[in-house]
Every structure is written in C-alpha cells, then in structure tokens.
Write a protein that binds this ligand. Structure first.
Ligand SMILES: Cc1cc2nc3c(=O)[nH]c(=O)nc-3n(C[C@H](O)[C@H](O)[C@H](O)COP(=O)(O)OP(=O)(O)OC[C@H]3O[C@@H](n4cnc5c(N)ncnc54)[C@H](O)[C@@H]3O)c2cc1C
Length: 411
C-alpha cells in the first residue's frame, strides 16, 4: 500500500506559485477592499478584482479544477485540495482563480452533462471568465434537503417548456448570464421518485425570471436571490443532461463541489487556529501568557486535532474521486466533519480573543457569520448522517462488517 502525502515536484511548484500569488499579490491588493462598505466604490472594486483575474490567467493559475484541454490546470482532486486551500486564504482567492462556487460546480456539470453546443455556448464563456452562472434548485415552500419535493413545474407546450415556480437563495443570480434551473417535468411518477426533475439552461435576464430581492442574511445582503418564475419559456434544447435526470445531475454536481467547499473551509479553519495561537502568545493574564494556561491549551489542542482529521478526510476522499472509486460516504463524512470543525475552531478563536474576537476589528466575526451556513447548505448535517448511517448498516448487512463504510481502509 502506497501512502505518500508529498506532492510531485511539478505540483509542489504549482502550490508554491499559488501561495506566492495569493499571499504576495491578492491579499495586499484586496486588503481594505470591501464591496459591502462605502469605503470602496463599485468601479474601484471591479477594477482591482478583474485586474487580479487577468493576472492569475497570465500566470497560468486559472481554472485549477478543469482539464488542460479546456484551458484548466488539469489537476487531480488531491492536488486541487492544496490549490483550493491556498486560494481560500482570502475570501476572493477562489474567485480570482476562477474556481469559486457556484461557477465551479456548474463547470463540472456542463462538462459532464452538456452536449457539444451547450458546452460551447455556456461552458466556454464561464471558462474564459467572461460570464457567470447560478444554480437554481432550492424553494422556500418545500424542504431543500429533499429535492423530490420541488414545486417549480415545467410543462411542455409544442417545442417549448413553460416554467412556473419560486426559488430562493440562488447564489450569484444577479451577476449570472445563465442559470441551471431544476424543475419538475414528470407528473406520472410515484411521489419521492428521483426521476421527476429536469435541468434547464436558462439565459438571463429573461422575461418570466423575476429576481425579486437579494435575501438579507446573518452575514449581510449577499447575492443570494429570491426568484419568482412566471410563464418562463425555454426551448426543448435547453434541457441539460436529459429529461428526468435533474436529481442525478444535482447529486453529481454536489459530490466534488462539496469537497471543494471543504478544501476552502480547511484554509479558513487554519487561519482561525493561527490567530488563536498568536493571541495566546501575546495576551498576559494571572501571571502568565494565555498560551501557558491549560484551559487555553485544550482549545488549541482540540482545534489542531480536528484540523488534522479534516485534512486527512479531505485528502482521502479526494484520492477516491481521483481513482474513480465510490466516494459518496467519504465526501459526506468530510463535508459534515469539516463544516462542524470550521464552526468550532472559529468559535474557540473568538473565545481566546475575548471582546476583540467579538468585535469586527479582526476577521473572526465575519468568518463566523459566513461559516454557519456550512452546516446545512449542500446537504445538512443530519442528511449526511442519515446517508452515512444507511451505508454503514448496508455494509454490515452485506459483509457482516462495517469496515467498508469507514473509508474502506485496510485496518
Ligand atoms: C449561503 C447559501 C447559499 C446557497 N446557495 C444556493 C444556490 O446557489 N442554489 C440553490 O438551489 N440553493 C442554495 N442554497 C440553499 C441550500 O442548498 C439549502 O439551504 C439546503 O439545501 C437546505 O434546504 P432548506 O434551507 O430548505 O432546509 P430544510 O430542508 O428545510 O432543512 C432544515 C433543517 O431540517 C433538518 N432536516 C431536513 N431534512 C431532514 C431529515 N431528512 N432528517 C433529519 N433532519 C432533517 C436539518 O437540520 C436541516 O438543516 C444556499 C443556502 C445558503 C445558506
């Protein structure tokens, strides 16, 4: 059994270049640049971030998740883990390298499910960085955790489909040139059937697609739109991946996309742990530094152990994807564990910072607000636990052992 956590020299070189670019060029350029405050004009903000994108492309640090024949860096998921986590040292990093959600998942989806024409028309401009996209599945009226409940209907009318429904939390919708929209097309299938939904490519803006508001969240007004869809017409050729395949397509999209989130969250968790230790080494109380207090050391140790587990889980799940093995349980476990660890580690960092951690003088408060959604979006904790338990029980039933459900490792 080969276990080697070192990167090949050419991949180590890529990691070093991403690191230098992010820390040396992107971080100083975006410092103090905040689109959510009036401190930066919109024009200035766009000028800086599009300039950084052009620079990333010139330096060959563009589309790390895409194959070389599509203009990407051609990395496997293990190497991608290194790149994504370096990029996520700053919030805009993945976007600068053109590997941020939701475009990143939509690119994978179009590459896998699109026909030649759809790839040229929709995928190509995404890869060029000329357009952005969104993915529209969740609805306010029904549980997003169970996409078989979707109530947005697409009804056939000649060569067209007429779509009516209601979506929300559609990230990027206002910036998107197109949406991958999931709607119910099949009515004669049993309730709960996974063959009821179909994915459509919808050009934006378009009559019938009404972006009624950006939902205000605990981390501000954020680019997650509520959409009312009224008599939206699309041609039959707008179907992506075949009629009735909307559920499968969504699940296919979410596998690697969930792991990519984990890669970025690891980076954020590491930043929080770095800050926790730095503060502990510089704050003095009751005769010694916080770093010398056992109570604080436990916070540091628990965080370090969790972060180590996160990294191993992500690398193992990534290696399973690269080998073409069934990765669903490992990705579920990683998604659940990394999301929880991210929240716990940031919370501990805030604790060690005291009032400073609660203030907005450090990035921790914003990181904490952003981290909260990780535990329920892209599969709520409980849904992953349900699937992990199902597969663990199934493994036991099939083989008399749960071993296959705990990573399938030879121990
Ligand atoms: C920042 C952000 C960005 C998002 N971007 C997008 C996007 O671009 N496109 C899109 O389509 N959606 C997006 N979403 C929506 C996201 O995918 C949903 O929030 C998620 O799927 C959960 O659906 P829900 O919110 O309807 O929660 P529900 O499904 O109502 O679940 C609520 C809670 O109920 C519990 N629960 C649900 N089902 C079960 C069960 N079977 N067993 C046990 N417990 C259960 C869980 O605790 C869960 O957290 C985004 C959400 C956020 C917060």
């Amino acid at each position: 059994m080969a276990i080697d956590f070192t990167l090949a020299p050419e991949h180590e070189e890529i990691r070093r270049r991403v690191r230098d670019f992010i820390r040396g060029t992107v971080v100083p350029a975006v410092e103090g640049l905040d689109e959510e405050t009036a401190a930066t004009t919109r024009e200035e903000y766009l000028r800086v971030i599009f300039g950084l994108r052009a620079r990333a492309r010139e330096e060959g640090l563009w589309l790390p998740h895409m194959p070389k024949e599509w203009g990407g860096m051609g990395l496997g998921h293990v190497e991608l883990a290194m790149v994504q986590s370096e990029a996520a040292k700053t919030r805009l990093g993945p976007w600068i390298l053109n590997c941020a959600a939701p475009d990143e998942g939509n690119m994978h989806t179009l590459l896998h499910w699109g026909d030649d024409e759809q790839r040229e028309r929709y995928l190509r401009p995404l890869l060029e960085g000329a357009k952005m996209s969104c993915f529209a599945m969740t609805e306010p009226e029904v549980a997003g955790s169970d996409p078989t409940l979707i109530r947005t209907y697409a009804v056939r009318d000649g060569d067209e489909w007429v779509i009516n429904g209601h979506k929300w939390f559609i990230s990027n919708a206002r910036r998107a040139s197109f949406a991958i929209l999931i709607a119910r097309t099949e009515t004669d299938v049993p309730e709960g059937s996974r063959g009821a939904n179909t994915a459509f490519l919808v050009d934006l803006p378009q009559e019938g697609w009404n972006d009624v508001r950006e939902v205000e969240t605990m981390h501000g007004s954020t680019g997650h739109s509520e959409i009312v869809i009224t008599d939206l017409r699309v041609p039959d050729g707008a179907i992506l991946g075949g009629r009735g395949n909307g559920h499968r397509l969504g699940q296919y999209r979410l596998g690697p996309a969930r792991l990519a989130h984990c890669m970025r969250w690891i980076s954020q968790a590491e930043t929080a742990l770095d800050m926790m230790v730095d503060r502990a080494l510089n704050r003095y109380s009751h005769g010694s530094l916080l770093a010398d207090k056992q109570g604080v050391q436990w916070l540091v140790a628990d965080s370090a152990m969790e972060l180590y587990q996160c990294k191993l889980m992500v690398l193992h799940a990534a290696s399973k994807i690269d080998k073409g093995e069934d990765f669903r349980t490992e990705v579920s476990m990683a998604k659940h564990f990394v999301a929880g660890s991210l929240n716990r580690i940031i919370d501990r960092a805030i604790q060690v910072h005291g009032a400073l951690g609660y203030s907005t003088d450090t990035p921790l408060a914003k990181m904490f607000q952003h981290a909260r959604w990780a535990r329920f979006a892209d599969g709520a904790d409980e849904i992953h636990q349900m699937r992990i338990a199902e597969r663990t029980i199934a493994a036991y039933r099939a083989t008399g052992s749960t071993s296959a459900a705990t990573g399938g490792l030879p121990l």
